[in-house]
Design a protein around this ligand. Structure first.
Ligand SMILES: *[C@@H]1O[C@H](CO)[C@@H](O)[C@H](O)[C@H]1NC(C)=O
Ligand SMILES: *[C@@H]1O[C@H](CO)[C@@H](O)[C@H](O)[C@H]1NC(C)=O
Ligand SMILES: *[C@@H]1O[C@H](CO)[C@@H](O)[C@H](O)[C@H]1NC(C)=O
Ligand SMILES: *[C@@H]1O[C@H](CO)[C@@H](O)[C@H](O)[C@H]1NC(C)=O
Ligand SMILES: *[C@@H]1O[C@H](CO)[C@@H](O)[C@H](O)[C@H]1NC(C)=O
Ligand SMILES: *[C@@H]1O[C@H](CO)[C@@H](O)[C@H](O)[C@H]1NC(C)=O
Ligand SMILES: *[C@@H]1O[C@H](CO)[C@@H](O)[C@H](O)[C@H]1NC(C)=O
Ligand SMILES: *[C@@H]1O[C@H](CO)[C@@H](O)[C@H](O)[C@H]1NC(C)=O
Ligand SMILES: *[C@@H]1O[C@H](CO)[C@@H](O)[C@H](O)[C@H]1NC(C)=O
Ligand SMILES: *[C@@H]1O[C@H](CO)[C@@H](O)[C@H](O)[C@H]1NC(C)=O
Ligand SMILES: *[C@@H]1O[C@H](CO)[C@@H](O)[C@H](O)[C@H]1NC(C)=O
Ligand SMILES: *[C@@H]1O[C@H](CO)[C@@H](O)[C@H](O)[C@H]1NC(C)=O
Length: 773
């Protein structure tokens, strides 16, 4: 009573103040009226200025107050359509007739009132036209109180926001009473994010959701209650926008769909899903989505029947520890434009065929984020059907080699390969980039340059969300800011923080980087390794590399002619010997032979000959021809069985792509180890790469090469594997043991390598089967 009395006095006082037209705490802004520091009735705007539609009241110093009746009874409030009462921490309850006088109110927000506990059950009787009710961040307000106030009232309510409701209370139960309060309404917008725990009684609330287009349950912990079996088709029929960011689920929230008969027409209209950092194994999906140990998520999902999520355009699954996604899952989203799979563990599937097909049905894909997935390989055909691609983000992975097929892509403007381990890029790939760039260049000249709206769409999900919020008029065009520089207008390549190499072998690439018209991110700060040292990738380095290449070229030509003759005589001599040996070829060798000579084989070569370009004169003239000749005879074929990454040494030819192909297609790695090899950063890495792919090795080492200073992997390699040593003095080449013995060794090693390969594959299959269980 005492408070009321004081209020009454204040009321009179304020009326007097207002009649005189002074309210120092309020400002008019177009049709809005904004008042701050409403700590007592004296500065409450009892009477409003003319032509106001929206009022926002901030109050900070209320203490243990009820919001009293009668504050809005002045006729100046009759036409107010939006009212927000914010940050009034001292308000404890809202009384019955509090909203009296707000006959035309459509939007009401009573939010961030830290003390609010009670809302009178009949308070909304005064506002029958209310469409939007926001009761956000009132941690002491309990859901049952709201349910009771909504029950049987507010028929026009469409927007309900209860962010963080009951945060200081027990878990929120969305059940029978929630359904009773809302099922007669046509709710299109529901935000119940940031709630400590939501217990969802699916069966009870299935009438609430069918019209909901926007659902935000992010940052909440979700528990499944009963009633899942009874779900009807219409549960989420109209949902378009789903925000599940950081939504967590208790482990027993496992929807075992084989137990139920839910048809997936449920998500027919879904367009945007934000599901980054979720901890729900079964987010609107089927069967095999599950966590293995350590919260690893495997989305091995197949939608049976004809259910397609036709409308889904945007999906954010970043930061989910995803190890596997089945292509059939993504193929259920044929309209996907923007897909964020960053910060996952997709390297676990990088060697599966499924990875190369992952996006093959997503023909509308425009932006793909794959950064931070620890990927070391990307299959060349991974984007071969995604002709609308505009941006590919593969930064912060471990790519050592990159060449993807971009044949039909014209609108690509960003390839982000920052923070990988690339040494260079293959010429074929650069050629594709040039073609794309030329196309874009001519399109610009023809006056049809591209915009970057799509990017902005996703960059700010809150902007997309605007469309679903109260007050959005379909004819309003949400202003999407142009964000320059995130996706550029013309093709740009980011290669910063890689391990680029400036050597004779990468001359083409180095030249290209320096002179291409394509945008190279921070071109002037790009570094490369030249002569085992870090250097800026600039024209000075280019000149030095060119010089080195010229030198090598001359040596190569001088020796080549004199040696060719020698080799052919040599080869003839061994033919006879080999014929005899053929008789005792084992069963193993027959299998190996079949594998190697088969046209569809994985292994096209027996040997990958790895050597340093400085040694190419010896290799090209002595080692390679002999090796090839012996092996061809042994296998009785005309097919080349030695892969070198280069068809003879041609200065300036880019051979890295070839080398990777070689490693993949060869059974045995034969490094030609010389002092130069050991000094070449690049050769060593190539060797290490090969070893990491479980290939067998046979070493050809130059006599007297000092290996004490080299890296452990190479020492180990020289110590452990079969080796032969050779010397080259004054034009005379000698090798021990004989080529015959070396070839025997290679064939034996290749056999082992092939067996390993088959076992490995078998194990992988077993492992996979185990995982699936
Ligand atoms: C006035 O309203 C406009 C648009 O409604 C808004 O951009 C601006 O920030 C408002 N000014 C103040 C002082 O609130
Ligand atoms: C507010 O009310 C509570 C109990 O309802 C009381 O404990 C508290 O002392 C009051 N605070 C003030 C500042 O009056
Ligand atoms: C409220 O709106 C009606 C119709 O638009 C108008 O006739 C009336 O004058 C308005 N009242 C006030 C107080 O602005
Ligand atoms: C549902 O509402 C009824 C009264 O309307 C109440 O007795 C009951 O406790 C409520 N149930 C829950 C779970 O809040
Ligand atoms: C619910 O609202 C949607 C669009 O807001 C409308 O298309 C639909 O007819 C409404 N349904 C009912 C039962 O009022
Ligand atoms: C599921 O329901 C469909 C029709 O709605 C029916 O054709 C199908 O047989 C049912 N499946 C199971 C496993 O009950
Ligand atoms: C990245 O992948 C490699 C194997 O390819 C693995 O050894 C390493 O642990 C992975 N790193 C992380 C952070 O997952
Ligand atoms: C490329 O962009 C232009 C302009 O934005 C668009 O008209 C065209 O359809 C796009 N092409 C592809 C293949 O997506
Ligand atoms: C630009 O116009 C020229 C002829 O004016 C045409 O040959 C070329 O194909 C056009 N380029 C694009 C991308 O439309
Ligand atoms: C996806 O979510 C992450 C984490 O919330 C965010 O950083 C990223 O920008 C989102 N991706 C897109 C494409 O919006
Ligand atoms: C969903 O709710 C969270 C937490 O309340 C909020 O941060 C986020 O912006 C909301 N999402 C959208 C799209 O508005
Ligand atoms: C995915 O599930 C299918 C069966 O539904 C199974 O055959 C396949 O091996 C699984 N793949 C992975 C990688 O779990």
């Amino acid at each position: 009573m005492e408070t009321r009395f004081i209020f009454f006095v204040c009321f009179i006082a304020s009326v007097l103040v207002l009649i005189s037209g002074v309210n120092v705490n309020c400002i008019v802004n177009f049709s809005s009226y904004i008042c701050k520091h409403i700590s007592n009735i004296a500065n409450f705007p009892i009477v409003l200025p003319a032509n106001i539609r929206k009022v926002t009241l901030f109050g900070t110093d209320f203490v243990n107050r009820s919001l009293l009746n009668g504050l809005f009874r002045s006729p100046t409030w009759t036409n107010i359509s939006e009212l927000s009462i914010l940050e009034s921490n001292g308000i404890v309850s809202i009384e019955k007739d509090f909203l009296d006088g707000l006959d035309n109110l459509k939007f009401l927000s009573i939010s961030s009132c830290l003390g609010l506990k009670d809302i009178h059950r009949d308070v909304f009787n005064s506002t029958p036209d209310l469409e939007a009710l926001y009761l956000d961040d009132n941690p002491y307000l309990k859901l049952p109180v709201v349910e009771e106030a909504l029950n049987g009232r507010l028929d026009k309510l469409k927007y309900l926001s209860l962010i963080g409701i009951q945060a200081f209370g027990r878990r929120v139960v969305l059940g029978e009473n929630f359904s009773k309060a809302l099922c007669t309404k046509n709710l299109t917008y529901l935000d119940i994010s940031g709630v400590k725990t939501i217990m969802l009684q699916h069966g009870d609330v299935q009438n609430v959701f069918p019209n909901v287009k926007y659902l935000n349950i992010s940052y909440s912990l979700l528990m499944a209650g009963d009633g899942l079996q009874n779900l009807g088709d219409s549960y989420f029929r109209n949902i378009e926008f789903l925000d599940l960011t950081s939504c967590t689920s208790l482990s027993h929230y496992t929807i075992k769909l084989e137990d139920f008969n839910i048809s997936w027409v449920l998500f027919e209209n879904i367009r945007y899903v934000f599901a980054q950092h979720i901890m729900i194994p079964d987010i609107g999906v089927r069967l095999n989505a599950r966590y293995t140990q350590n919260n690893i998520m495997v989305l091995n999902i197949t939608f049976s029947g004809t259910y397609d999520f036709h409308a889904l355009e945007t999906m954010n699954l970043s930061s989910n520890n995803l190890e596997y996604i089945s292509p059939s899952l993504l193929s259920s989203f044929p309209s996907l434009k923007i897909l964020d799979l960053s910060r996952n563990q997709l390297h676990k599937m990088q060697n599966m065929d499924d990875f190369s097909y992952l996006f093959c049905r997503n023909k509308d894909l425009e932006i793909i984020y794959l950064h931070k997935n620890n990927l070391s390989v990307v299959p060349s055909n991974i984007f071969s059907t995604n002709n609308k691609l505009r941006a590919i983000d593969l930064s912060d992975n471990k790519l050592v080699f990159f060449n993807i097929d971009l044949k039909n892509v014209f609108n690509l403007t960003l390839i982000d390969l920052r923070k990988n381990r690339l040494k260079s890029l293959p010429a074929a790939f650069l050629g594709q980039l040039e073609r794309i760039f030329l196309h874009q260049d001519s399109a610009t000249k023809n006056g049809t340059s591209m915009t970057n709206i799509v990017l902005n769409h996703i960059q700010d999900k809150n902007l997309i969300a605007e469309k679903y919020k109260y007050g959005y008029n379909a004819s309003d065009n949400i202003m999407l800011k142009e964000v320059q520089g995130i996706i550029p207008q013309k093709l740009t390549l980011n290669l910063l923080e890689n391990s680029l190499i400036c050597e004779c072998d990468t001359l083409y690439f180095v030249k290209w980087i320096l002179f291409t018209e394509i945008g190279i991110a921070e071109r002037t700060t790009l570094a490369c390794i030249y002569n085992n040292n870090d250097a800026l990738l600039n024209t000075a380095v280019l000149e030095m590399v060119k010089d080195n290449c010229r030198l090598l070229h001359h040596i190569g030509i001088a020796i080549a002619s004199s040696v060719a003759m020698m080799v052919s005589i040599f080869a003839l001599g061994i033919t006879i010997h080999l014929r005899r040996r053929k008789a005792r070829q084992s069963h193993d060798f027959e299998i190996l032979k079949r594998e190697i000579l088969d046209d569809n084989t994985k292994f096209n070569f027996v040997v990958f000959l790895s050597y340093c370009s400085q040694d190419s004169h010896v290799v090209d003239n002595f080692i390679l021809p002999s090796l090839n000749t012996f092996l061809k005879k042994a296998f009785n074929t005309r097919k080349d069985l030695v892969c070198t990454g280069a068809d003879g040494f041609v200065p300036g030819m880019l051979i890295i792509e070839e080398i990777h192909r070689c490693i993949n297609e060869s059974l045995v790695i034969v490094p030609v180890i010389t002092p130069a090899f050991l000094k070449s950063h690049w050769s060593l890495r190539e060797c290490v790469d090969a070893l990491e792919r479980h290939r067998q090795v046979l070493v050809l080492i130059e006599q007297y090469t000092d290996t004490s200073g080299t890296i452990a992997t190479i020492k180990h390699l020289i110590g452990q594997y079969t080796r032969a040593s050779w010397s080259f003095n004054e034009g005379h080449f000698a090798i021990r043991p004989s080529w015959n013995a070396i070839c025997d060794g290679i064939i034996q090693t290749a056999g082992e390598s092939f067996r390993n390969h088959r076992n490995l594959h078998r194990n992988e299959a077993v492992e996979l089967a185990r995982l699936v269980e």
